[in-house]
Design a protein around this ligand. Structure first.
Ligand code: CAA
Length: 387
C-alpha cells in the first residue's frame, strides 16, 4: 500500500462530503442498524456509491488510491458512527486489499480488486475454535487434488461472514507440524463455493449490526489459482502483514469512536446540573474530561505517525500494535468515564453512553488482544535491537 495517495484537494473535498454523510445518514441510521442487526440496504448502497469499499485500492483497479495516512483519517471520521458501518469496509481494505496488493498474483488482483472496490464484501478467516491468539496452530487443511485444493475445517468469529462474497481462508497445506507457520497458505474462496457454509450469526455484547459467524468448510474445492500469490506456505506471513494494516485501522476506528463518546460526555456535563450548576463546572468532572481529551489526542498522534511510516514503506508491525493497543484501551477508558459522568443515567439503555460502553469493549480484543499487541511490540523491540 505504499502509494502516493489521492490529490490533497480531492481528499479534502472527500473529507467534507464524508463528514456530512456520517452525521446526516449514518448516525440517524444507527438505531435501525442495531435493530436489524445489519446495515440497511439503502445505506449500504450509498456507501458503495461513495466509493468507501475501494479507498486504498489502486486506481487502475477502480479504487480511490488513498495512501495509509488518508485511509486512517477516513476510518477515523467514519468511526464517529457505529462500528457496523466501518466493519463492512475495513476487512475489504485492511485485510483483502492489502493481502492482494502485497501478495496476490496479477490475475488475482485483476479478478478481485475491481469487485471489492465496487462493494463486494470480503471476510478474513484466520481464527478457529481451537486457535485464536496462537494463529499458527490452525488446523483447517487444504489438500492438493489434481488442479484443485480441497479445504476442510472450521473458522470462528469471522466478521462479515454472513454477508461475504469472498473469504480469505488460511489453511494448512501440509500435515507436518514444524515449523508450524511454514505450511500455512491463504486461499481466495468465493463464498458460494459448494462445501462452504456459514453458521448462525453470534449474539454479541455490542457493535450490533456487524455480524460474526463460523465459516465451515466441508470438501470445499477451489482451483489452484485461488492460492494467494500462487505459492504454498506464504499464508501466515501474508496474514500477519494484513493484520499490521488492519491494526492501524482498528486504532483509527477506536479513536474516531472515542471522539464521539467524549463529545457525548462533554455535552451531558454541560447540560446536567447538580448543586446548582452544570456538572462540567466541577473540577473532578473536568479532570475526567481533560484526561480523556489528552489521551484521545495522543492516540491520534500515534496513528498519524504509524501511517506516515507505513507510507514511507517501512515495516510498521511495532507501530501498528502500539497504536492498536493504546487506542483501544483509551477508548475503553473514555467509555467508562462517560458512563461515570452520566451517573445513574449512564446505566440506562435510554442513553447512548450505555451502548458506547458495550461497543467499545471489542476494540481491545479483535485483530489481536491487548496482550497479543504487547507480545508483538516486545518481539519487534528485540528484533530491532538485534538488527
Ligand atoms: N510481517 C511479516 N512477517 C511476519 C510478521 C509481520 N507482521 N509477523 C510475523 N512474521 C513472520 C516472522 O518473521 C516469522 O518468520 P520466520 O518463520 O521466517 O522467522 C514468522 O512470521 C512467525 O512469526 P512469529 O514467530 O512471531 O509467530 P508466532 O507463531 O510466535 O505468533 C503472534 C505470532 C503475534 C502471536 C500471531 O500468532 C498473532 O498475531 N496472533 C494473534 C492473531 C490475531 O490477531 N487474530 C485476529 C484475527 S482477525 C479478527 O480479529 C477478526 C476478523 O474477523 C478480522
Amino acid at each position: 500500500m505504499t502509494q502516493t495517495g489521492m490529490d490533497t484537494d480531492v481528499f479534502q473535498a472527500f473529507v467534507v462530503q464524508l463528514e456530512r454523510f456520517v452525521r446526516e445518514r449514518l448516525v440517524p441510521a444507527e438505531k435501525e442498524t442495531e435493530k436489524l442487526n445489519r446495515v440497511p440496504d439503502a445505506i449500504l448502497a450509498e456507501m458503495r456509491d461513495m466509493g468507501l469499499f475501494g479507498l486504498t485500492m489502486p486506481e487502475e483497479y477502480g479504487g480511490a488510491g488513498m495512501n495509509v495516512s488518508q485511509y486512517v483519517e477516513t476510518i477515523r471520521i467514519l468511526s464517529w458512527a457505529s462500528g457496523a458501518f466501518r466493519a463492512l469496509i475495513s476487512i475489504n481494505i485492511g485485510m483483502a486489499c492489502s493481502a492482494l496488493v502485497k501478495n496476490g498474483t496479477d490475475e488475482q488482483r485483476k479478478y478481485w480488486l475491481p469487485k471489492l472496490a465496487d462493494g463486494a464484501i470480503a471476510a478474513f478467516a484466520l481464527t478457529e475454535p481451537d486457535s485464536g491468539s496462537d494463529a499458527a496452530a490452525l488446523k483447517t487443511s487444504a489438500r492438493r487434488d489434481g488442479g484443485d485444493y480441497v479445504l476442510n475445517g472450521s473458522k470462528r468469529y469471522i466478521t462479515n461472514a454472513p454477508f461475504a462474497d469472498m473469504i480469505i481462508v488460511m489453511a494448512r497445506t501440509e500435515a507436518a507440524a514444524l515449523p508450524k507457520n511454514a505450511h500455512i497458505s491463504a486461499f481466495l474462496v468465493p463464498a458460494d463455493t459448494p462445501g462452504v457454509s456459514i453458521g448462525k450469526p453470534e449474539e454479541k455484547l455490542g457493535q450490533n449490526g456487524s455480524q460474526i459467524a463460523d465459516v465451515i468448510l466441508e470438501d470445499a474445492r477451489v482451483p489452484a489459482a485461488a492460492l494467494l500469490g500462487g505459492e504454498e506456505g506464504t499464508g501466515f506471513k501474508a496474514a500477519m502483514q494484513s493484520l499490521d494494516a488492519g491494526r492501524i485501522c482498528i486504532a483509527a476506528a477506536a479513536t474516531g469512536y472515542a471522539a464521539r463518546i467524549l463529545d457525548c460526555g462533554l455535552r451531558y456535563a454541560a447540560e446536567r446540573k447538580a448543586f446548582g450548576q452544570p456538572i462540567a463546572q466541577f473540577q473532578l468532572i473536568q479532570a475526567m474530561l481533560a484526561d480523556s481529551k489528552a489521551e484521545l489526542y495522543a492516540a491520534e498522534c500515534m496513528i498519524r505517525d504509524a501511517a506516515l511510516n507505513a507510507d514511507k514503506g517501512r515495516q510498521v508491525s511495532l507501530e501498528a500494535s502500539c497504536a492498536k493497543m493504546y487506542a483501544s484501551e483509551m477508548c475503553g477508558r473514555i467509555a467508562d468515564r462517560v458512563v461515570q459522568i452520566h451517573g445513574g443515567a449512564g446505566y440506562l439503555k435510554e442513553y447512548e453512553a450505555e451502548r458506547f460502553f458495550r461497543d467499545a469493549r471489542i476494540f481491545r480484543i479483535y485483530e489481536g488482544t491487548t496482550q497479543i499487541q504487547q507480545l508483538v511490540i516486545a518481539k519487534n523491540m528485540l528484533r530491532r535491537m538485534a538488527g
